[in-house]
Ligand binder design. Sequence first.
Ligand SMILES: Cc1cc2nc3c(=O)[nH]c(=O)nc-3n(C[C@H](O)[C@H](O)[C@H](O)COP(=O)(O)OP(=O)(O)OC[C@H]3O[C@@H](n4cnc5c(N)ncnc54)[C@H](O)[C@@H]3O)c2cc1C
Length: 383
Amino acid sequence: MNFDLTEEQVMIKKMMTEFADKEVAPFASENDREEKFPWDIVKKMGELGIFGTVIPEEYGGGGFDYISHAIVAEELGRVDSSVRGIYSVQISLVALTILKWGTEEQKKKYLPKLANGEILGCFGLTEPNSGSDVVSMQSSAVRDGDYYILNGNKMWITNGGVADIAIIFAKTDKSMGHKGITAFIVEKGVDGFSSKDIHNKLGLRASNTAELILQDVRVPKENILGNEGDGFKVAMSALDNGRYTVAAGCVGLAQGCYDVAKKYAVERVQFGKPIAGHQLVQELFADMIVEIEAGRLLVYRAGHLKNKHLPHTREVSMAKLFCSEMVNRVAYKALQVFGGYGFSSEFPIERYYRDARINTLYEGTSQIQKLIIANRELGISAF
Ligand SMILES: Cc1cc2nc3c(=O)[nH]c(=O)nc-3n(C[C@H](O)[C@H](O)[C@H](O)COP(=O)(O)OP(=O)(O)OC[C@H]3O[C@@H](n4cnc5c(N)ncnc54)[C@H](O)[C@@H]3O)c2cc1C
């Protein structure tokens, strides 16, 4: 077993730490306050190849390994979860899904542009009345010659209002349960396809979240991702990738919470010494760092399995479950270190605290992760 990062991973970490500190962190607070989508940062990420990481070089990506992918998500998540979310969706939910399920034509058409940030993608699975229970979705796709006609609404879609392409899941056969779902690539601008931004979120306020509306949208049959009826499998494999970068982002955000709390604790003096010198404050730091490091190891283990192309659904769900709950505990404790100042926007900890909350909810709630893990353990599905 080797716990060391490779030279390439060390270099990527260094580059991403600098990028996050210089190009992302200074704008995070204002973007959060004003709900401003960080177009400038997205443009720079595209130019630097940050959206290409794990995409193979033949499709315009960087050909990085999955630990490096986690490191990028970690470093972005350390300073701005909204930016980390944009990265996660673009690569994990969209590009990697096209890489795994797309035809050669689809890969050549979309992957280089996703990798260099020329286009943004989004992933439309959730609906107003279908969240955890994906199979209950109402969106439909009806064959009409060389086209499918899509109707339905998708809810809470990250990048939904800014994306150029969307992976949309819809039922091609309502009688077939999970085998009746199909995935489509839908391009922005096509008649009947629109979006409505969702505002005033608790966290991730600089990230775009939208409802997608599909009214008689004509999608050519060449835009099916995988085969007709493969949609559920496509969605689950995408979520295996998505949850991985969510977990890594949680480790990064928890580290960000820890770092700002540490700086404050050594500077703030109460009872004649830095608060870091009080035993109960030290307990907060010990609790935080043990959890952060445990989370990081769970993420890297899942990444190791991904690098080896071994089954990893159980390990990714474990990492997602632990890290998403962990980051909320860490954010709570880090904010406690700040006392009343933690309750103001003077320090980034209040944004980190709000941003932590989403992680136990999206890409499968904590309850759903537990059911996935227990199913693997017991061989009995609770769904
Ligand atoms: C900011 C944000 C961004 C998002 N981005 C995307 C995106 O890009 N693409 C996308 O498709 N979706 C996205 N989502 C949607 C997200 O994945 C869903 O909100 C999530 O899957 C939960 O679904 P739901 O909200 O309908 O909750 P529900 O499924 O209604 O769950 C409500 C509660 O019931 C519990 N529950 C449900 N079923 C069970 C069960 N069988 N056993 C035990 N407990 C259960 C849940 O754990 C939860 O606590 C996003 C959501 C948000 C808030």
